[in-house]
Ligand binder design. Structure first.
Ligand code: EPZ
Length: 420
């Protein structure tokens, strides 16, 4: 297995190109199931989760052609409707094929995605919404068996909780359903917005894009023509590198990024002392020498994203003062804390609230990645720790960061990918 060896350097400098968003790419790849044509997707990030979902579609009979600047997905040959455990267990977002496959074929079996390190990750809201649309769903031997022999029918769906992939799943199901589906309490993440925008441009009329109430007029089973598109920039990857600039007190410029998707993250970094120069598709961070402590509560978009919680917790260990970070979306998303404590961070946990007494020197040691964003938090800590930090189990990191060590090396970091 690979691990990253990180040694502190004085500072970083230069440009980092942000890749396409993993969490936009996943629903957009699933969306090809409702297309009648081969779909050209540009700017897909080279990360494990994308390869996993493309492999799942290939296993179901679709063809995925990799060209230099795009992937071409043709689901006209899709014949299978069973997403098996061997793939789903490696990536729970495989649940995103359920809505479109059920809407297109009238039946679908998807292995129940297990929980993951950060939480139980139920899919009850996805299933309840599909049942409201006329699906019959039962769970047997760890599989979701869904049938809709008469097709899915539009209706009003009120999500008890805001769910990102739940919203995406139902938007895709509603696209082929008969009649209008209204989703109340829809997720407003940019990744959901792009999915809606592309479907809307493909003839699926969607009103309220970007708001909490979506109205989708289904095509009644008619597949749609989806023109070539480019995946939006990854706001979480971008936020992670901004934290790298802040924690190492380095001026970094991110390119191919959309600052509009990072409002709450930029606001918190400004509160901690950083300043920014922003253009249409770049962000330059001008970090402060002294990092101020911060109070953060993770919530749904456009509030502060849970996917940036671990990175800011690492940053807070270097702040002058005490920070408070409350994780409100997932029940177990503080596993990076024990690893940071081993590096010397002064953090205490009380339920889902972390108190970080900043200003402690971090010492490099062997640490273990436990989930995708925790991994990046340990890398950030390693950038400012004395000695050598070895981050193990970076298969977690490889799920969602495209060439992280290369991007950091290119701006002067001493980060090497080595074999155990
Ligand atoms: C998406 O996960 C992201 N993944 C996650 O990013 C992100 O952390 C999360 O949204 C929240 O922003 C992808 O987009 C592939 P949810 P998702 O459904 O859709 C509860 C990363 O690091 N819930 O919005 O699975 C759930 O338990 C990953 O890139 C139900 O109770 O999250 C959680 O408390 C990690 N029942 C809350 O809702 C359901 O049926 C939000 O979950 C669905 C969700």
């Amino acid at each position: 297995m690979d691990y990253l060896q990180i040694k502190r350097v004085k500072s970083l400098r230069g440009n980092i190109k942000i890749s396409g968003a993993k969490n936009a790419s996943l629903p957009l790849i699933a969306m090809t199931i409702v297309a009648k044509n081969s779909v050209h997707i540009k700017n897909l990030p080279h990360v494990a989760d994308i390869s996993t979902l493309l492999k799942l579609l290939s296993n179901l009979g679709a063809t995925c052609e990799f060209c230099e600047d795009r992937v071409i997905v043709d689901t006209s040959t899709l014949a299978q409707t069973k997403a098996t455990y061997d793939i789903v267990k490696t990536m729970r977002a495989s649940i995103l094929v359920l809505g479109p496959i059920l809407a297109r074929f009238g039946h679908c079996e998807v292995s129940l995605p297990g929980g993951c390190a950060i939480g139980q990750r139920p899919v009850d809201l996805h299933l309840k919404a599909l049942e409201q649309m006329g699906a019959k769903i039962n769970i047997e031997a760890g599989y979701i068996h869904a049938v809709a022999p008469n097709g899915l029918k539009g209706c009003e769906i009120v999500f008890d909780k805001i769910t990102v992939t739940g919203t995406a799943n139902i938007v895709m199901a509603a696209a082929l359903a008969s009649g209008e589906t209204t989703i109340v309490n829809a997720a407003r993440e940019p990744e959901v917005v792009q999915l809606c925008e592309i479907l809307n441009a493909s003839g699926v009329n969607i009103e309220g894009i970007g708001t909490a109430i979506l109205k989708i007029s289904g095509t009644n089973g008619e597949l749609v023509e989806i023109k070539e598109f480019s995946v939006i920039p990854d706001r979480i990857e971008a936020g992670t590198y901004l934290c790298a600039g802040a924690i190492t007190r380095s001026e970094l410029t991110l390119t191919h990024v959309n600052a509009k998707h990072l409002g709450s993250v930029l606001a918190k970094l400004e509160e901690m002392g950083s300043k920014f120069t922003i253009t249409q598709d770049t962000i330059t961070i001008h970090p402060s020498k002294v990092i101020k402590p911060i109070k953060i509560v993770t919530q749904e978009y456009p509030a502060f994203p849970t996917d940036m919680q671990a990175q800011f917790l690492a940053l807070a260990t270097q702040a002058k003062g005490t920070s408070i970070i409350e994780e409100k979306l997932f029940e177990n998303r503080f596993m990076h804390v024990s690893e940071l404590q081993r590096m010397g961070a002064d953090i205490s946990l009380n339920g889902n609230v972390a108190t970080i007494n900043g200003g402690t020197k971090l010492s490099g040691t062997d640490v273990m990645a436990t989930d995708l964003r925790a991994s990046s938090a340990l890398v950030l800590a390693g950038l400012v720790a004395d000695g050598i930090t070895n981050v193990h189990r970076i298969y977690h990191l490889d799920r969602g960061y495209d060439a992280l060590e290369k991007k950091l090396e290119a701006v002067g970091a001493n980060v090497k990918r080595l074999k155990e």
